[in-house]
Design a protein around this ligand. Structure first.
Ligand code: P1T
Length: 383
């Protein structure tokens, strides 16, 4: 069916006739490395599971459908998906990247790809017009994460796309925090949308996976070549789990947004809290952009305590009982993290503090439990 609404696509998108053999409603898990051939090259569309696997293909079609793309790709992790995008480039090429982004992405860019002669410029993109200043004749890619991890800055995707188009460079958007439920970067002019599917897409903290979606066939072919040549694919069991996760993405996200708002508002009234970073607040510096390009504000937020005391922040995250102190985000259960010592420890202290990742910053992935219990948990932990 064409033109399905999002909630229908979350369940059916890309999944027509997934099992011609028996009509199973869920795509079967094709736990196989290879496929029989009647004569060399005589196969039914699959020859080796690095190159393609029916369970992975089903997920890849579902991802493309949700992002309003044409082609999807599933990788062994979010970072493997990002790795594939950067492998589109050559030594001497330049990337302009947001300066507030997941620490692992920063590490991949600076500790791996800089050694291969690719140059990264990390800049504040809250005024997307600023990007243009950094474009040179060597720039080949603009890397945007929005909302950013962990400061929840919002970058105007349409404006970034305008700069990218004008200078004929690719725009890739890490859509992990928002998901396609809240924001569809390809519709806003991005060339590539990337996810750590480990997070909201999987949604149950039981899979590590990454995805890409694109519209353009030639770009899809180049990325598929990299995926197959490098081999960082997602396995069929994991693809099945993410397919299952996607079917409730819309209902989970709705509750994540409701609970995120409740927790953000509670924290903003707390006398011991200094700043709450959540794009739903009218006084968030990028609130207007968030309102324009997102359908709601998501379940991620960060906050600092008055006095910016490291030990106090550690005590709060240790005291939490319903929130689990853990890396990652986007699962049904609420998680809390201390970016400076956990997810963003690979970013030098001065650099992370410049973007706001100070010692007392605590990041919350607000889950889909009862919102009142989450507020009560924060109340007892902060004191
Ligand atoms: O962990 P992996 O599936 O490889 O995804 C990496 C990644 C990419 N982009 C964003 C925005 C991310 O948040 C992540 C992973 N982030 C965490 C593990 C975290 O706790 O922030």
């Amino acid at each position: 069916m064409k033109d399905m609404k999002f909630n229908t696509k979350a369940i059916h998108g890309g999944l027509e006739n997934v099992d011609p053999a028996y009509g199973s409603v869920m795509p079967p898990i094709y736990q196989t490395s290879t496929y029989s051939q009647t004569t060399p090259g005589g196969h039914k569309g699959f020859e080796y599971s690095r190159s393609g696997n029916p369970t992975r293909s089903a997920l890849e079609r579902a991802i493309a459908s949700l992002e309003n793309g044409t082609y999807g790709m599933a990788f062994g992790s979010g970072l493997a998906a990002i790795d594939a995008v950067i492998k589109l480039l050559k030594p001497g090429d330049e990337v302009i990247s947001t300066n507030d982004l997941y620490g692992g992405t920063y590490r991949l860019f600076t500790s791996i790809f800089e050694n291969f002669g690719i140059k990264f410029r990390f800049i504040g993109m809250q005024n997307a017009e600023n990007i243009e200043e950094y474009v040179t004749d060597k720039t080949k890619l603009i890397w945007v994460e929005t909302p950013t991890n962990p400061m929840l800055n919002i970058i105007d995707i349409k404006k970034a796309a305008a700069v990218a188009k004008k200078h004929n460079v690719l725009l890739a958007v890490d859509n992990t925090f928002a998901t396609a439920y809240l924001q569809r970067p390809l519709d806003l002019g991005a060339d590539i949308v990337m996810h750590s599917a480990t997070k909201y897409l999987g949604g149950h903290s039981d899979v590590v996976m990454g995805t890409l979606a694109v519209k353009d066939k030639e770009l899809a072919d180049r990325l598929y070549f990299i995926q197959n040549a490098g081999g960082a694919i997602a396995g069929p069991q994991d693809c099945f789990l993410v397919l299952r996760g996607l079917k409730t993405l819309h209902v989970r996200m709705q509750r994540h947004c409701e609970n995120g708002k409740k927790v953000a508002e509670y924290l903003s009234r707390h006398p011991k809290i200094e700043n709450v970073y959540w794009p739903g607040f009218k006084n968030h510096p990028n609130h207007k952009i968030a309102k324009a390009q997102m359908d709601d504000f998501g379940g991620m937020l960060s906050f600092t305590t008055k006095g910016n005391n490291y030990e106090e922040a550690i005590k709060i995250v240790e005291n939490l009982k319903v929130f689990t102190l853990a890396e990652s985000l986007g699962g049904v259960e609420s998680l809390a993290g201390h970016p400076a010592s956990m997810t963003h420890a690979s970013i030098p202290k001065e650099e992370r503090e410049e973007t706001g990742v100070v010692d007392s910053l605590i990041r919350l992935s607000v889950g889909i439990e009862d919102g009142d219990d989450l507020v009560a948990d924060l109340e007892q932990a902060i004191g």
